[in-house]
Design a protein around this ligand. Structure first.
Ligand code: ADP
Length: 931
């Protein structure tokens, strides 16, 4: 049998086989892919009858995708090369539906071994394939970490994955077939089911978060996405819901929210204003304090709304710098004012820092505004006080001092300041006003002039002056102005000042109220606090001290000027007597001067010397009185005695002026406890003045009378009188009234000072009265009448008066002033004594070696060895124990006398020694107890 025959037999065999194997699809294609044979199984599976398919291309059985990718050719090639190909894949039926078939393709060869075609055998395995596929998807969904649930449109559960079982607590078997609402029970936060379904039917996916209950009743927050599935005709077929447990996320969110809340709470509790802005500077959040301070709302503030609480004067600068920071990303720091809810501005220190991400880009700006107004004011206050103190130290008169106080206050401390001082009549004088605007100063003066404050008002300048208590009105309201206004214009004027806040403090100088300082605010809008009041009080105190200093300075300057005047007067007064003395000496030198002329010259000299001695005595007295160095030698004395002694000394002057003196004393005895010498000096001085300040031939009255517990002495004259303005001052040292109209009267301006001091030492008072110039004067001295027993003063010089000078003693005079020593020696020699002179202490001691005197008159103040020392040494020398020592000194007080006595002196004579005093020393020598 040939190959061809064999092959034909095989082909026939295959055809028979194919026809009889009904369950298999078997057909043959030729090398071009055309169908050559077709069995009933093929017809059943593929839908083509034999007649219609024979000769057709087998490509119709392939899916268009496979045809496009050349699968038919690939399969043939594979079959040729491998001898057999497999074609497990999707096929297409005549009606277009698809099926999965697995089969084989075997090449058919001719006798020559060439491939003529292929035999294909396949079996429908669609069901298996689908089952395979479904199982995989189901397993796929079971490994998903989310619940996947498919439901029919009516809610019947079609699919329930493994995760859904754990999430909801229902097994797949339990869940499938139930309505979804039975097993997935939303607790809260879910939109209406109808709305959701409507959206899904319209093709919209829905997702949301809500609390879901598990089978065991516990709940969890869930995130759900529902997706609708439609069939070819657009009918909703199923809804697939994917849900997950978002507990962790929610917790994280809650934690974040809590920390944000904490931050907000913190930001709301800090005293600063705080805010946050986007990188572009848009502010999206402010803390509570911001809204409280500014009195604004979030709507007004959002973004760039903050500009409304800025001062237009500083805003441009703030904006420029803030924008600069936004552009550069650099922190921002600046001080500027912000307007508060009460429309006043306060200073804030503003700091803004950027919060950056990892790449360094600005995420947010954090800003804080810190109120530094109080701090700023405190700094201003201390600066103001320091400046005020420095300024006050430099002024010398009190008016400019107070003007300075007012000026310094503006504008640091006040918009207005005024200083009012109290006049003697109780009114107030506006000494100084300060305001930056001169027009307003005029207004203030106008107000003060036209509407002076009411002295009886319960508040204000007068009340402060009266009570010495400072006053503060933190907030001046219109209600306060209206009752105080005297008329319409007044009210208009005060309103126009626009006063806001006010402080008034007393100005006290040396414990006495001098006036008030007033500070007020207006356009600055600031209100005073207790700290400001304290500052004002402090300032008033400093001003008071400054005024006191200027007064002291003035007093010093006055005293200085008076001293200069006094020295001029003194020189003049001392020179006056010198002229007649010199003339008299000249006369005495001339030959052939007659005895009467000599006598007159001598008298003249005596008078002038007496006058000089009086002047010097007064001077010494006043200086001692002023230094409290005078001691009174008080004794019980009759006033009549004092009067007699005083009149005796002044009588010559009274007579010379041709005055008439009347003395009147009550008949009763007027004993007083006084130093008779000093009191006579008082009366004598008053009488001397009466004589001096009364035109020739005037009248003078000296009277005394009892008055209560005391006695009143009066010295009255009908002379030139005293200007009332001068009356309070004439008792001051060196004060003399400038009598331009009257001739110079002589005197040093110390007489009345002595009078006053001596009277006061007697616990009395003296007062000057005069009805004015030309109306005469009266001096009234009041003294307490004595009721005391008086200890007589032992040191008093009360030796018996010698009628005749003693003579014939051996005397020594020691004095470094040679003229003084020589003239005393000359006087003593003329009286018939033997006299030796020594000009120093050592010379005196030397002399005593050869000459033993009865009496030594010794000066105390000598250079080298002083009188005390010489006295002690003399006392130590043997043989000189009996020598009488008499001290010559300018000082006659108890203390001085004690010292000379201690040094061994027997007598104490005040220079220049009165001839009588010298005599009494010598008179003592004769007494047996003295020798
Ligand atoms: P003086 O040495 O100038 O007299 P006083 O202290 O005694 O100094 O007096 C002071 C001034 O008081 C005198 O300069 C005089 O102007 C005035 N004065 C004193 N007594 C009288 C008087 N009786 N009448 C008028 N003026 C008087």
């Amino acid at each position: 049998m040939t190959d061809r025959q064999q092959q034909a037999q095989e082909g026939e065999l295959f055809r028979l086989l194919a026809e009889n194997v009904k369950d298999y699809t078997i057909f043959v294609i030729d090398f071009q892919g055309r169908v050559q044979s077709w069995n009933p199984g093929a017809e059943r599976l593929l839908g083509y009858r034999e007649k219609e398919i024979i000769g057709q291309s087998a490509e119709v059985f392939f899916t268009p995708e496979d045809v496009r990718s050349g699968v038919p050719q690939k399969e043939m090639k594979e079959a040729v090369e491998a001898g057999r190909g497999s074609d497990d894949r999707w096929h297409v039926r005549k009606d277009g539906s698809r099926f999965w078939a697995g089969g084989s393709m075997t090449p058919l060869r001719d006798d020559g071994g060439r491939v003529r075609g292929f035999a294909k055998i396949m079996r429908d395995r669609t069901e298996w394939k689908l089952a395979q596929e479904q199982d995989f998807q189901a397993r796929l969904l079971d490994v998903v970490g989310q619940a996947v649930i498919a439901t029919a449109p009516d809610g019947t559960i079609l699919y329930w994955n493994r995760f859904a079982e754990t999430l909801y607590g229902w097994s797949r078997a339990e869940a499938v077939g139930r309505n979804v609402t039975e097993v997935v029970v939303p607790q809260a936060g879910v939109a209406s089911a109808a709305d959701i379904m409507a959206g899904l039917r319209a093709g919209r996916e829905w997702s949301g978060e809500f609390l879901v209950q598990r089978r065991d009743g516990t709940t969890f927050p869930s995130h759900v996405t529902n997706t609708p599935f439609f069939d070819d005709r657009g009918t909703l077929q199923a809804i697939v819901g994917v849900s997950s447990d978002i507990t962790d996320r929610k917790r994280a969110e809650a934690a974040l929210e809590a920390s944000e809340e904490k931050l907000r709470l913190l930001a709301d509790t800090i005293p600063q204003l705080a805010w946050m802005a986007r990188p572009d500077g848009f502010i999206f959040w402010y803390n509570r304090r911001w809204y409280e301070y500014t009195g604004t709302t979030p709507e007004q503030m959002e973004g760039w709304g903050w500009q409304s609480v800025h001062d237009p004067a500083t805003l441009p600068d703030v904006l420029e710098r803030w924008k600069g920071s936004i552009a550069s990303g650099e922190p921002f720091e600046m001080v500027f004012p912000l307007k508060g809810a009460d429309n006043t501005f306060r200073s804030f220190l503003t700091r803004v820092n950027p919060l950056r991400d990892q790449e360094g880009r600005v995420l947010y700006w954090f800003g804080t505004n810190t109120d530094i107004e109080d701090q700023k004011r405190a700094e201003e206050r201390s600066r103001y006080l320091a400046e005020a103190s420095a300024a006050l130290a430099g002024v010398v008169d009190y008016e400019s001092t107070l003007q300075k106080v007012a000026n310094l206050a503006v504008p640091y401390f006040a918009d207005w300041s005024a200083v009012d001082v109290a006049n003697d009549d109780g009114t107030l004088r506006r000494l100084a006003v300060a305001h930056q605007d001169a027009g307003k100063i005029r207004l203030a003066h106008e107000l003060m002039r036209d509407y002076p404050p009411d002295p009886q008002a319960p508040g204000g300048a007068f009340a402060v002056l009266r009570t010495g208590k400072p006053e503060i009105v933190a907030e001046i309201t219109d209600d306060m102005l209206v009752p105080g206004a005297k008329d319409e214009r007044h009210l208009r004027l005060i309103r126009s000042l626009g006063l806001r806040s006010y402080i008034c403090v007393p100005l006290v100088v040396s414990g006495n109220p001098l006036g008030v300082l007033t500070f007020a605010t207006a356009e600055s809008g600031r209100t005073y606090t207790d700290a400001d009041l304290a500052l004002a009080v402090d300032l008033a105190h400093r001003a008071g001290v400054a005024v006191e200093n200027t007064q002291l300075y003035q007093a010093l300057r006055d005293a200085d000027r008076r001293k200069d005047e006094f020295l001029a007067t003194l020189a003049h007064e001392l020179r006056n007597p010198l002229a007649p003395i010199r003339n008299s000496l000249q006369i005495l030198k001339m030959p052939r001067v007659d005895a009467a002329t000599v006598e007159r010259s001598r008298e003249m000299m005596e008078r002038q010397v007496h006058h000089l001695v009086r002047l010097v005595d007064d001077l010494l007295d006043v200086s001692r009185v002023m230094r409290g160095k005078i001691e009174l030698r008080k004794e019980r004395v009759e006033l009549a005695t004092v009067f007699a002694r005083a009149v005796e000394t002044v009588q010559p002057l009274i007579d010379a002026q041709g005055h008439q003196l009347s003395v009147r004393l009550p008949s009763e005895s007027l004993p007083i406890d006084a130093d008779p010498v000093r009191l006579a000096q008082v009366v004598g001085n008053l009488l001397t003045n009466a004589a001096k300040y009364t035109e020739a031939n005037g009248r003078i009255w000296l009277t005394a009378e009892r008055s209560g517990d005391g006695v009143v002495l009066r010295v009255q004259d009908n002379g030139i009188g005293i200007d009332p303005a001068m009356l309070p001052r004439i008792f001051e040292l060196f004060v003399q009234v400038d009598h331009a109209s009257t001739k110079a009267q002589g005197g040093l301006g110390i007489g009345l000072t002595l009078v006053k001091n001596l009277v006061e030492m007697h616990n009395g008072t003296v007062e000057a009265r005069s009805a004015g110039l030309g109306k005469g004067s009266e001096f009234v001295v009041r003294l307490p009448i004595s009721a005391l027993r008086v200890e007589p003063d032992r040191n008093r010089e009360t030796g018996p008066q010698a009628d005749e000078s003693p003579s014939g003693f051996r005397l020594m005079v020691v004095d470094d002033n040679q003229d003084a020593a020589d003239s005393l020696a000359m006087l003593l020699k003329l009286q018939g004594h033997e006299v030796r002179v020594a000009y120093s202490g050592t010379a005196a001691l030397e002399m005593t070696k050869t000459y033993t005197p009865d009496v030594v008159f010794m000066d105390i103040g000598m250079p080298g060895m002083d009188g005390y020392e010489v006295a002690r040494r003399i006392r130590e020398q043997t043989g000189l124990g009996k020598v009488v020592l008499a001290a010559l000194t300018g000082w006659g007080q108890k203390e001085d006398r004690r010292r000379t006595a201690e040094a061994g002196f027997d007598h104490h004579l005040v220079k220049p020694p009165e001839p009588k005093a010298v005599d009494s020393v010598l008179a003592d020598l004769k007494r047996p107890d003295a020798r």
